[in-house]
Design a protein around this ligand. Structure first.
Ligand SMILES: Nc1ncnc2c1ncn2[C@@H]1O[C@H](COP(=O)(O)OP(=O)(O)OP(=O)(O)O)[C@@H](O)[C@H]1O
Length: 307
């Protein structure tokens, strides 16, 4: 493991917490600047920091897997939702009690940060890490891989699978917008069959929501809650570019759940069949392929949330 440790400069009377930051440096320079500013604010608040920079995909997960609550008071995932997902999967696999999970959002969409109301400048993020509340959240599991916010099959997973990573690094959300427009014209929209707690439905795209937010500040499933062990399953019934763009526009306008060809159903065990090998996205990365079984995980995670 490549770790660097800095000694805290503590403010008089401020809480001191042993903080491990797992940082994905593969993104742009502005993120490193934002990280540094947040680390400085953590030190001002009395944090004793250990920084682990990941060197490859999977590194955040194996680092988190080796953690123990006796070594750190909090583990912070600093990156996009993909890095947070890795740390969560690692913590789930750890043998003993683990520290709670906090985040420094440095990604493109930062969906989990939106869900827990973590927004603002580095001092606000640092304060949430040091003195935020704790919230126990339920996770989803797709063919054995955990996710926090959502898993998707169909058009959105296809966009995630094809987005140009170099372009994403340089332009952020614009890369997703361009890929969505391109794939709306190219994608074949194969149908899939969705079993929700034993009842069967047809759809072109499916988003299994564990939280309310999707794609950033947008709300796909108003009834979803990370604190409840149940999903809200969004079934987007129609295929083709015009409907794909209409669904996208409705999401941005906060009207997705009101469309007549979008059904949202509660469920705990979701089985999705379709063209074998189609990608399944979880928290914005490809985590499985069809056929997939998605269920509420037995394991839960403790998240640090703004006070
Ligand atoms: N050092 C590294 N080099 C290359 N890839 C890495 C490294 N560390 C982590 N990764 C991988 O990068 C992927 C994307 O990371 P992350 O989601 O944090 O950033 P992002 O893709 O820029 O943000 P977003 O998910 O919001 O678009 C993760 O799935 C992770 O496995």
């Amino acid at each position: 493991m490549h770790m660097t440790t800095t000694q805290a400069r503590s403010e008089e009377g401020a809480p001191r917490r042993r903080i491990l930051v797992i940082y994905n440096p593969s993104a742009g320079q502005w993120r490193r600047r934002r990280l540094k500013a947040t680390l400085r604010d953590l030190e001002i608040l009395g944090g004793e920091l250990t920084l682990h920079e990941t060197t490859r995909p999977g590194d955040a997960e194996s680092t988190a897997e080796g953690l123990s609550a006796t070594d750190y008071d909090v583990v912070v995932a600093a990156g996009g939702d993909g890095t947070i997902n890795e740390v969560a999967n690692g913590l789930i696999k750890a043998r003993g009690p683990v520290p709670p999970l906090a985040i420094i959002p440095l990604g493109t969409a930062n969906v989990l940060a939106q869900e827990i109301g973590l927004r603002g400048q580095p001092p606000i993020i640092a304060k949430a890490i040091v003195s935020g509340g704790r919230q126990r959240v339920h996770l989803g599991k797709a063919n054995g891989r955990h996710f926090i916010m959502m898993a998707g099959v169909g058009f959105d997973a296809h966009v995630v699978a094809n987005v140009d990573l170099a372009l994403k690094r340089h332009t952020g959300k614009i890369a997703y917008v361009l890929e969505t427009l391109t794939q709306a014209l190219r994608y074949g929209f194969p149908p899939c069959r969705v079993g929700i707690d034993g009842r069967t439905f047809d759809a072109c795209s499916v988003v299994v929501c564990n939280g309310r937010h999707y794609g950033g500040p947008f709300i796909a499933a108003p009834e979803a809650s990370l604190e409840m062990p149940v999903f809200q399953v969004c079934l987007l019934e129609r295929g083709g570019w015009a409907h794909a763009l209409r669904y996208g526009a409705a999401l941005i306008l906060g009207r997705l759940s009101r469309l007549p060809d979008v059904r949202i159903l509660s469920g705990r065990v979701i089985r999705i069949d379709g063209q074998n090998g189609l990608p399944v996205q979880g928290d914005g990365d490809i985590i499985a392929t069809l056929p997939v079984e998605i269920s509420v995980a037995v394991e839960t995670l403790e998240l640090i949330v703004p006070a």
